[in-house]
Ligand binder design. Structure first.
Ligand code: HEM
Length: 147
């Protein structure tokens, strides 16, 4: 169960990074060019939202069964985990930062729908998705992911 889930979480991460990047670039381009907000723009933002939500759910299950996360805290104690940077990344920083990133993207998606003007829609998506994306990128275990 652990190995397949870790693989799924790892593969989904490529999809998340790719689609959120495209959604951010699209929102920036829409803001800069002041073009109309089309159904395809909403769809792209929605696909990015769905991708991060699915990844979030898979992440929670991974967190429970991985030896690097909850089990590490239970076995080694919070003090030991906090002292080691890699343990801290997996058990605390990564999940927490991903949670904040997913919340920001969710707020961005739901509040862009309340805006009337196309420029405001693009700008809302741009700000929330960009900050969420930066937070997500900031706490991905890059070295382990690509090894
Ligand atoms: C947008 C959200 C997320 C992204 C892009 C993401 C990305 C990643 C990546 C790239 C890895 C490294 C995979 C590898 O070494 O092959 C990883 C590992 C991990 N993630 Fe996430 N993650 C996300 C959300 C979460 C959440 C919300 C949790 C927990 C609540 C979580 C828990 C974990 C755990 C425990 C590992 C270590 C798994 C292991 O190797 O045993 N992730 N994540």
């Amino acid at each position: 169960m652990y190995q397949p889930l870790q693989t799924i979480h790892s593969i989904l991460a490529y999809i998340v990074v790719f689609i959120v990047l495209i959604a951010v670039l699209n929102a920036i381009a829409g803001t800069v060019t002041k073009r109309p907000f089309l159904p395809k723009d909403k769809k792209l933002a929605l696909y990015a939202l769905i991708a991060v939500h699915i990844q979030f759910l898979v992440g929670i299950i991974t967190y429970v069964i991985s030896p690097l996360a909850l089990k590490n805290i239970q076995n080694s104690g919070m003090g030991t985990v906090m002292k080691d940077s890699l343990s801290r990344l997996y058990a605390i920083e990564h999940p927490l930062m991903m949670l904040i990133g997913v919340i920001l993207i969710t707020i961005g998606y739901s509040s862009h729908k309340n805006k009337e003007l196309p420029g405001k829609k693009f700008k809302t998506l741009m700000i929330y998705y960009l900050i969420g994306f930066i937070l997500i990128l900031s706490r991905i275990p890059w070295a382990q992911w690509f090894s």
